[in-house]
Design a protein around this ligand. Structure first.
Ligand code: ADP
Ligand code: ZN
Ligand code: MG
Length: 492
């Protein structure tokens, strides 16, 4: 939650926020961007290092082809135009966690430009947020300010992260609300996860976001002065930080001041941002072309091959699944939450008599129970195979839906898979017509008024008798046979 700034809705409504996001994403390569060191999170400090990533004199970088492939894949998934010839550049600055004194990045000729992401808007439409560029660069090391006995007086360095391959994805200033920023990030992460180029784990720093935000009076074309908010480690906090920052800037302007261009830090405990450095202290990175690396060439042929490796992306997959399995948008969203889950669902559904019914059992029976118990999908006692079995049994009328629900209840109660419960319980089905007829006769005798209504033309009354007999049979009546007999009796 953001700290309260009290501005009336009228005042807030006079201004329009403008937001642009810069996202750094670590690529899931086995080795680093320019050397053979392991690209691994969580190793003992300073164990994945070598002369190249430490920037020792004379050590030369060699570009990791896998990093290029991943960056290109991400660029294509974000609808970017990939440059055939891009240039690495040195971004010079001094910081203890940057032993080389510069980061290898890309500057005026980035790998890719002019992409977009589509986000849902508040009024139920979609909106395209432009992506200015996607470029490759390397990560810096990490300063450790906490956790040591002498942390009050010393900072420690872990250089394992030096040289980790990154892509930086810069959005156009097209975002207008904190909610849109949240949606953009959610979609971006989803797309990147589908391509498999990053694990996008924010806690481990594989996805990091800086948010740029300004406000302008509504109707004014010129952008206001922007502030960059750094150090925000969840999408929810980014939304909160933007909400806070928008109100802060409006308040500054309303009280006659002007917004200072600066970098601010988000403090999640206090729910507010703090000034970190103003533009005066900001860096001049003295970019120049990296002399130790040749231009990066991504030929048309390589690009075409990379394009073929693009998986079906979340948006397209949802649209297809909605049509194929007659799902609602919400259900499609649930089933495609991760590519892995969607894959598991679809390969299981293919083996079933009715994929549509598999989706149904998965979402309402298993999903509903998981939700009620506060469990994650991977904690489900009922496997995808169990779900397919349940769907097929329903489809072949071997069990009634009431029996299926009872078996599911037992499965969740005992933590057993559906197949195990079914084999043990083997619910009885009454397929003996004379036994069912007896129950129907009883129901008809007990409800003369409903019989009259049926015979007067209210055919939906058949459903009433179906329910009565199903209940009387404790859910064991074979539904197809029952249906047939009920109609016959009522007509007769
Ligand atoms: P800088 O030169 O400070 O790095 P850029 O023009 O490269 O600024 O933009 C960095 C990010 O800030 C981009 O995501 C861009 O969309 C966003 N941005 C630029 N100008 C503004 C503005 N006035 N208000 C909000 N965001 C902005
Ligand atoms: Zn190295
Ligand atoms: Mg910039």
């Amino acid at each position: 939650m953001s700290a309260a700034i009290s501005l009336s809705p009228d005042v807030l409504a006079k201004y329009e926020p403008v937001i642009g996001l810069e996202v750094h994403v670590q690529l899931l390569t086995v080795t680093k961007a320019f050397c053979g060191c392991a690209n691994k999170f969580g190793s003992a400090p300073n164990t994945n290092i070598c002369p190249v990533c430490l920037g020792l004199p004379g050590a030369l970088p060699v570009l990791n082809a896998k990093a290029v492939e991943f960056a290109t894949l991400a660029a294509l998934a974000l609808h970017c135009k990939v440059r055939e010839r891009s240039i690495f550049a040195r971004k010079n600055y001094f910081y203890p966690d940057l032993p080389k004194g510069y980061q290898i990045s890309q500057y005026d000729k980035p790998l890719a430009e002019h992409g977009w992401i589509e986000v849902p808007t508040a009024d139920g439409h979609t909106k395209r947020i432009g992506i200015t560029r996607l470029h490759m660069e390397e990560d810096a090391g990490k300063s450790l300010h906490e956790g040591f006995a002498d942390s009050a007086t010393r900072t420690y360095l872990d250089l394992n992260r030096c040289g980790t391959p990154l892509v930086e994805i810069v959005s156009e200033p097209d975002i207008r609300t904190p909610e849109e920023a949240f949606e953009y990030l959610t979609r971006l992460k989803e797309i990147l996860l589908y391509t498999g180029v990053s694990d996008c784990n924010m806690e481990e720093g594989s996805l990091r976001c800086d948010a740029n935000v300004s406000v302008r009076p509504k109707g004014q074309e010129k952008f206001g002065t922007k502030v960059e908010v750094k150090n925000v480690n969840s999408f929810r906090f980014i939304r909160a930080a933007l909400e806070y920052e928008i109100e802060r800037q409006i308040e500054v302007i309303e009280s006659g001041g002007s917004v200072v261009q600066e970098t601010r830090l988000w403090n999640s405990n206090e729910g507010r941002t703090y000034s970190m450095r103003s533009k005066e202290q900001a860096h001049d990175y003295r970019y120049f072309p990296e002399p130790d690396l040749p231009p990066l060439i991504v030929s048309a042929k390589v690009l075409e091959e990379t394009e073929k490796r693009l998986p079906e992306l979340p948006e397209a997959r949802r649209a297809r699944m909605i049509a194929e399995y007659e799902l609602t948008a919400q259900d499609a969203q649930t089933l495609t939450a991760s590519r892995e889950f969607a894959d598991r669902f679809e390969s299981a559904a293919k083996t079933a008599k009715s994929p549509r019914r598999v989706a149904n059992v998965l979402l309402s029976e298993v999903g509903g129970r998981l939700k009620a118990l506060g469990l994650e999908p991977e904690q489900s006692p009922v496997s995808m195979t169990g779900i397919v079995l349940a769907a097929d049994l329903l489809d072949e009328d071997k069990i009634s839906s009431r029996q299926m629900k009872q078996l599911m209840d037992i499965a969740f109660e005992k933590g057993e898979d559906f197949g195990i419960v079914y084999e043990r319980e083997k619910p009885q089905q009454i397929t003996d017509a004379s036994a069912l007829e007896k129950l129907i006769d009883e129901a008809i005798a007990a409800h003369p008024k409903q019989v009259e209504q049926y015979r007067a033309g209210k055919k939906t009354m058949a459903g009433f008798f179906l329910g009565q007999v199903m209940r009387a049979s404790k859910g064991q009546a074979n539904p197809v046979l029952l249906n047939e007999l009920v109609v016959k009796k009522l007509e007769g």
